[in-house]
Design a protein around this ligand. Structure first.
Ligand SMILES: Cc1cc2nc3c(=O)[nH]c(=O)nc-3n(C[C@H](O)[C@H](O)[C@H](O)COP(=O)(O)OP(=O)(O)OC[C@H]3O[C@@H](n4cnc5c(N)ncnc54)[C@H](O)[C@@H]3O)c2cc1C
Length: 393
């Protein structure tokens, strides 16, 4: 394999994790992020056991863990009556079953942890304010073209430039995100502003006709993250448009009192149209590869967007260490990751139909949740949570 550095375009969770994984194999990495600084923005992320395992493989879990919140339980509730439908304890038993804990964190804390470990390796050159416009293979090397006119040469390029990737076309042709007729709202509230009737130490999922709401504490218990998803025409203007509590409440008319008081708590909401990617024909072409949302963006209903990017990075690093060339490493990475992420995308779409059911379907769902033991309910998530970097080989 060439001694040139690996080039990474995009410094979100996926790009930083990829850089970290490659640095861990002894490679030099040059990372280019278009924003003027690594964006410590966003809101809450659920870090399921497979995400914790990926972070361990990347050597970053110790750095991220202190900023994660340990929720006590996951609750599923009927958003109209408030009734508890399912309760899953996240303590010792859960951790023993899956070999890793379940945590929640703020995206900024995950990003900060990855950055700190990345800087500590001494092998990653971190560039901000550098927009990549194209990538190409050229006589055995890979090149990344930057808007400054610079042409960076490397052993390989990894494009981790998100769902609206501009670099994707070089590998997979012109593929646009698909709007999925759902509007997503999110807000962060100081913990002391959370209405007392809301259990602030749990991850709670409220199921409503035509929508659902998820909330949990983040940022060392300082903030409370709320995500609301409402079926709609998917033609909402803007990517991160401002929204009001009144708008969110109107989308959930008929919600129980607890939810109504929760909708009123944030001073501001952000709104964006839910979208994902169709199956790409391929994720790699020679020594060029796609990673994270650029390859397999999904709706956030299994809470696996960031976690899948971490898994990608762990597998990409392992294959780079094991294979004789970047091209063969990227092929092996693609072959291992594509089926799993396709299943996540498909199941995330399916979850919206189940979570947003109304009428007889909602009654049947609620009855099933009521009758199912927590152990049975968790069994349906085993294929996600039991992932290990080694098993992916
Ligand atoms: C600002 C922001 C906030 C988010 N907040 C949340 C959240 O609260 N909860 C949640 O579940 N998910 C959130 N996400 C999405 C979540 O982080 C992703 O699903 C997951 O982390 C996969 O990340 P990614 O690195 O593949 O893509 P992204 O997180 O989208 O990162 C892509 C990065 O590439 C950069 N980039 C794009 N094009 C170029 C280019 N041409 N050249 C150089 N750099 C480029 C972008 O600026 C960005 O930093 C957020 C994403 C972003 C960008």
């Amino acid at each position: 394999m060439s001694d040139l550095p690996f080039l990474v375009a995009g410094g979100g969770i996926g790009g930083l994790a990829a850089a970290l994984g490659l640095a861990g194999t002894g490679r030099a990495v040059r990372l280019f992020e278009q924003a003027p600084a690594f964006e410590e923005v966003g809101a809450g992320l659920q870090m399921s056991p497979n995400g914790v395992r990926a972070l361990r493989a990347l050597g970053a879990w110790e750095a991220v863990a202190p900023s994660c919140v340990i929720p006590s339980e996951i609750h599923m509730r009927d958003g109209r009556t408030g009734a508890l439908l399912q309760r899953i304890r996240l303590g010792k038993g859960f951790e023993e079953r899956f070999g890793a804990p379940y945590r929640v964190c703020h995206r900024a804390d995950l990003l900060a942890g990855l950055l700190a470990v990345g800087r500590g390796t001494g092998r990653i050159e971190l560039n901000t304010g550098r927009h990549a416009t194209a990538m190409e293979e050229h006589e055995g090397t890979a090149r990344l073209v930057l808007d400054s006119g610079e042409m960076a040469a490397g052993a390989a390029v990894i494009a981790a430039d998100g769902i609206r990737s501009g670099l994707r076309a070089a590998i997979a042709g012109n593929v646009a995100p698909v709007p999925r007729r759902v509007t997503l709202y999110r807000a962060l509230v100081p913990l002391e502003k959370v209405p007392p009737e809301i259990e602030a130490d749990c991850v709670t999922l409220w199921l409503c006709p035509g929508g659902h709401v998820v909330h949990y504490p983040v940022s060392n218990w300082r903030s409370f993250n709320i995500l609301a998803a409402a079926d709609g025409d998917g033609r909402d203007a803007g990517w991160h448009a401002p929204a009001t509590s009144g708008e969110v409440a109107r989308r959930f008319s008929g919600a129980c009192e607890e939810l109504e008081s929760l909708f009123a708590a944030p001073a501001a909401w952000l709104r964006w149209p839910g979208a994902d990617l169709p199956q790409l024909p391929r994720w790699s072409h020679g020594n060029l590869a796609l990673l994270g949302d650029a390859a397999h963006a999904s709706l956030p209903f299994l809470a696996q967007g960031a976690v899948m990017a971490l898994e990608d990075a762990a597998v990409l690093a392992r294959e780079t260490a094991a294979q004789p060339s970047a091209a063969s490493a990227f092929r092996a990475y693609q072959d291992q990751r594509k089926p799993r992420t396709a299943r996540i995308q498909e199941q995330s779409r399916r979850m919206s139909r189940i979570y947003h059911a109304s009428g007889a379907l909602a009654l049947a769902r609620n009855l099933t949740l009521n009758l199912a033991s927590p152990s049975f309910a968790l069994g349906r998530l085993e294929w996600i949570y039991r992932w290990t970097p080694e098993a992916a080989a």
